[in-house]
Write a protein that binds this ligand. Sequence first.
Ligand code: TA6
Length: 311
Amino acid sequence: MILVVTANPALDVTYAVSSLTPGAVHRAASVHRRAGGKGVNVARVLHTLDVPAMTVAACGGGDGALVRADLRTAELPHVLCDLAGCTRRTVTMLAAAEDTVTLVNEPGPEFSPSEWRAVVATVHGLLDHASVLVCAGSLPPGVPSDAYAELIGLAHRHGVTAILDTSGAALSAGIVARPHLVKPNVEELREVTGIDDPLAGARELRLRGAGAVLASLGAAGLLLVAERGAWRARPTHPVRGNTTGAGDAAVAGAALEMAGGRPWPEVLRRAVAVSASAVLGPFAGDIDLDHHRREHSAVTVEEIHAACVDV
Ligand SMILES: O=P(O)(O)OC[C@H]1O[C@](O)(CO)[C@@H](O)[C@H]1O
């Protein structure tokens, strides 16, 4: 089973608008609401791929109740701790005229120390049943920046593979606990390392403790840097759609191959195939299964011998 921690879950709200203009009033042509946050998206993709996954999070308030109800409706196995504060919303605006995707992510409710300890205890209690632990998304206010480092340390003690997908201080502090894989995008990599070239940035994260680094390069695909090599793979052709959650889908693909003990080029191939198929899904957490199947057999993985990569 793949255990997925969503430290800061959300009610993901997607608005479709005809055009997006700063300073203007926008009337949504459609509204969609579902349980979200990076880890929930990872678990949703794994569920679609028939891979057993368990979501752990803490929820509260009216939107927390909607998140709980949606996880049940979607039949995503979960353990949700109680939270006094109200679960946040994350908003995606899909603008047809500009073909853009714009996000507004709330910071989330303040956690008390005991609320976060309940999440840690839940993860601890489930690790004996897990092959992979995924720690995904931002940390909410009140949770220390080394919170993921603690969970990764627990995973090591249980012989469980650990994957970290977060940004900023949570990424810097989490990496020290030596996760087997981290999955930043290019901006997150640049923010944490101060290095523009993704290959050099990924190598720097390995020096800081990451076993391997899977860096998403947007439409240019993904890059994987491990101890004994570096590889890159791109989608077979450009895909247009909702890019929200494409990175989470890459994490799901990587987790599924790592759970099977597959070599790094196969981890990368799957991550690219699942990620490209997520762009074709209407909402974060969705994938186009037919596209995924075709893409998985067609994606080519090239080994990198150069000192830097073009994005
Ligand atoms: O935890 P954050 O980094 O704020 O990210 C959460 C958000 O990211 C997404 O997962 C997309 O990756 C959205 O579904 C939204 O919930």
